[in-house]
Write a protein of this length. Structure first.
Length: 151
């Protein structure tokens, strides 16, 4: 008898992986606990591309377009990240829930600082993965870890 588990995509740093740009984790146990019995699919597009630790990246508004640019060396890594995220989507075409790390240039959903070229914050918006997931996993609501933290 088959009983297909529901699937949840979760930012790997929330699951306790040491994959953040500074080599740290951001484990929030309540997220994993909330999805006990589900198939958990860890997601981190930055670590496999750029290693850990790595240079910080930012979302930068360039002539009205959001680009992902390294903080010190000023390299545009948008294309690389997009390809990595799209590869992940193809590998995992189905999800029932998504929990992403807030404020991240990749994973943030409505919480990521959008900077101008002088690094002034213009607004809060989405990281590149949240944007792509929004289109790809059309009917799946994106949440972040803050929805699982009780004050
Ligand atoms: S926020 Fe996203 S890209 Fe950044 S370390 Fe966590 S999973 Fe990786």
């Amino acid at each position: 008898m088959s009983s297909a588990k529901k699937r949840v995509i979760i930012s790997a740093c929330i699951l306790g992986e040491y994959c953040r740009y500074d080599g740290k984790t951001k484990k929030i146990s309540a997220v994993e606990e909330a999805y006990r019995g589900w198939e958990i699919i860890p997601f981190c597009p930055e670590a496999p591309l750029f290693g850990t630790p790595r240079e910080r990246i930012n979302v930068v508004d360039v002539n009205g377009e959001h680009r992902i640019i390294t903080d010190e060396t000023n390299v545009d890594v948008t294309k690389k990240l997009r390809e990595e995220i799209e590869r992940f989507c193809k590998e995992h075409p189905h999800a029932d829930a998504i929990v992403l790390k807030s404020k991240s240039p990749s994973c943030g959903y409505g919480t990521t600082p959008i900077l101008d070229k002088d690094k002034n914050e213009l607004a809060k918006g989405n990281g590149i993965a949240a944007d792509i997931f929004n289109l790809f996993y059309k009917n799946v609501q994106i949440q972040d870890e803050n929805q699982f933290i009780s004050e």
